[in-house]
Design a protein around this ligand. Structure first.
Ligand code: ADP
Ligand code: ASP
Ligand code: MG
Length: 591
């Protein structure tokens, strides 16, 4: 018999009426011939209420006790849901994470699932029960209750679907995934489909509709997800390996309002510098988001990175020991920035996307502090007070409110999960472990940096308008930020054959900029990249790369990170060696 996992988020179980409505949905699925596992979140804003209670007692409560407290929210919901189903005359049983056997590591507040046992659930299902699982929680080896991070019930649902070979439905307060958060952009468009890669980028860039780790699971175990409304019969969005329109340069946008930016200026440009800084942050499980290191001058470079605002103080504390042994000129930080991102499969094969984004922001006088790109994503850091304007502007520039060409492949979506018991058994091991699929070496690129450019709206747009007009396909772009002088530097990589042309174009441009600029060009670079699943949420990936390269004294000249790939630019003389040491460093998790 086929199994279906139905997850109901906080708003969908906010009242007893809504709990009863959800119970009806589950019973209907059972009557249609499915075995049903429900995953439920805490009622309404209960998790926030519990957090506020803890705050009334102390500033930074012990993490173990916080998880003990927060897990109670879901325990209330599962019990009420089981009662609701009984009241409809059907068999139901509620289970906590521990009772199901969701084993996690012991990182309280951000625990990762190690394994899930299916025996008990399967037996209860076979006995005719609707099984009601508490979302967002698990248990570590010492029987401590752990939680998976805010929004983590999605991850519970997808993980259960993965181990049970089940279909997965996520019931929420919107009828699917939109081209932007519909609460922020009122003309955001509903998407019939979105691919795992697009959703991973969107979710990790701030689209709160899905917990990003749930998408890592879905991709790793080929679980199609159906995101739909708990209050209407609307069709919903299918998240699978199919994109609604793979040719569309931009299919979705996301914004993270509360970002903090930290800049280390004058970092000695030597092997190991980066490693020392990020090692301390990974140890504290701080997810560093945008990381930008510029090309370096006179033996020193600047490193800027962003962290969620809530992690700023801890970040500043954690980098102190590294700074003791690493003489940097200056550490600055600001907590008034937001990150806006555009994501689309078509971006990987089209040029001229970045300049359109930068140009429309410049036209609205939005200054860009920092830029990072990946194959299917461009992120820009802007002042928080301009973030809403920025996201609206970008959304309409790429005409995201307008329908796509229908994707033929998507018309008959394959929503059949792989239900194979042998495969399911294999899934139980190290479920949420990092999985590396490829270590690549690209020696076809050259890097060009423009130093000393004015930090004013329109500069990035002018530069990338010009390169696009010259027909140059720019691969990596990073813009770093130095707040003390109001100057920035932009580094880009282009195909080696296009270096001269690009430098000519840039030389002409900078004549019109105020101040002194310098163009530095390095044709002898190589990009080494590590691709896989879980690249950003595993804080240690970039670190493992830095450590491996630092051990053999290879200097990192530039880098960018995304959900799918971490790329590092090194000197081309060292490229092969870099590839070898990275292969060794990731040998244990390569698939
Ligand atoms: P739940 O409690 O059901 O888990 P969430 O609040 O976590 O619900 O997620 C649903 C919310 O996600 C929506 O109300 C919407 O405001 C927000 N959201 C953010 N980005 C998007 C997007 N791209 N598409 C749809 N909803 C989005
Ligand atoms: N109740 C938890 C939260 O509010 C988990 C979830 O809803 O997904 O974050
Ligand atoms: Mg949610």
């Amino acid at each position: 018999m086929s199994i279906i996992v139905q997850k109901f988020g906080g708003t969908s179980v906010a009242t007893t009426e809504k709990i009863l409505a959800a119970a009806h949905t589950a019973v209907r699925a059972q009557q249609q011939g499915h075995q049903v596992v429900m995953v439920v979140s805490a009622m309404g804003k209960n998790t926030d209420t519990l957090t506020a209670l803890a705050d009334e007692i102390m500033q930074q409560p012990p993490a173990r006790e916080m998880d003990m407290l927060l897990s109670t929210g879901e325990q209330v919901s599962v019990a009420l849901m089981a009662m609701a189903i009984s009241s409809l005359g059907h068999k139901a049983i509620s289970l906590t994470g521990a009772q199901i056997g969701i084993k996690t590591d012991n990182v309280f507040g951000k625990a990762r699932i190690i394994s899930i046992s299916t025996d008990r659930m399967q037996k209860l299902l076979d006995d005719g029960n609707i099984v009601i699982a508490a979302g967002f929680q698990g248990i570590d080896d010492d029987f401590n209750i752990t939680t998976l991070g805010r929004g983590g019930s999605d991850t519970t649902a997808v993980a259960l679907a993965a181990v049970l070979g089940a279909e997965c439905e996520i019931y929420t307060d919107v009828d699917g995934v939109y081209s932007a958060d519909p609460r922020v952009v009122s003309d955001a468009r509903w998407l019939s489909h979105t691919s795992y890669d697009e959703m991973l980028e969107l979710a990790s860039m701030g689209a709160g509709v899905m917990h990003s780790r749930s998408i890592e699971f879905a991709k790793k175990f080929s679980v199609p997800i159906h995101v739909r409304s708990s209050s209407s019969e609307a069709t919903g969005t299918i998240i699978s390996n199919i994109s609604e329109d793979p040719n569309r340069a931009v299919s979705g946008t996301a914004v993270t309002f509360n970002e903090a930016l930290i800049t280390l200026s004058g970092v000695p440009d030597q092997p190991g510098s980066t490693n020392a800084i990020f090692a301390s942050l990974a140890k504290a499980n701080i997810t560093v988001d945008m990381i930008v290191q510029d090309a370096g001058k006179l033996g020193k470079s600047n490193i800027s990175f962003t962290v969620p605002s809530g992690d700023l103080q801890l970040t500043l504390e954690m980098i102190q020991p590294a700074l003791g042994t690493l003489p940097v000129d200056r550490v600055s930080h600001r907590d008034d920035v937001s990150k806006i991102s555009v994501v689309g499969m078509g971006m990987a094969v089209q040029s001229g996307v970045s300049n359109r984004m930068f140009r429309c922001l410049a036209d609205q006088d939005v200054n860009i502090f920092m830029i990072t790109t990946s194959q299917i994503k461009i992120s820009a850091l802007v002042a928080r007070e301009q973030a809403e304007l920025a996201i609206h502007t970008v959304h309409s520039k790429f005409q995201l409110e307008q329908a796509s060409q229908p994707n033929r492949q998507a018309e008959s979506p394959a929503i059949t999960p792989i239900a194979d018991s042998a495969a399911a058994a294999n899934r139980l091991h190290d479920m949420e472990e990092l999985s590396i699929t490829d270590i690549g070496l690209d020696e076809s690129q050259a890097s060009i940096s423009i130093e000393g450019i004015p930090d004013t709206p329109g500069v990035a747009a002018t530069i990338f308008d010009a390169t696009a007009e010259a027909g140059v396909v720019v691969d990596m772009i990073i813009q770093s930020y130095l707040d003390q002088d109001n100057i920035a530097s932009i580094t880009l990589t282009v195909p080696r054959d296009d270096v001269e042309k690009t430098v000519d174009v840039l030389q002409q441009l900078i004549g019109d900029f105020p101040g002194e600029q310098e163009i530095l060009c390095n044709p002898a670079i190589a990009i080494v990249s590590v691709s896989g699943i879980g690249m950003r949420s595993h804080t240690g990936v970039a670190l493992r790369m830095f450590q491996a390269l630092s051990d053999v004294k290879i200097n990192i000249e530039m880098m960018n990170t995304s959900e799918m790939r971490v790329s590092i630019v090194v000197d081309s003389d060292q490229a092969r060696r870099a590839g070898q040491v990275l292969a060794q460093a990731f040998a244990d998790v390569q698939h």
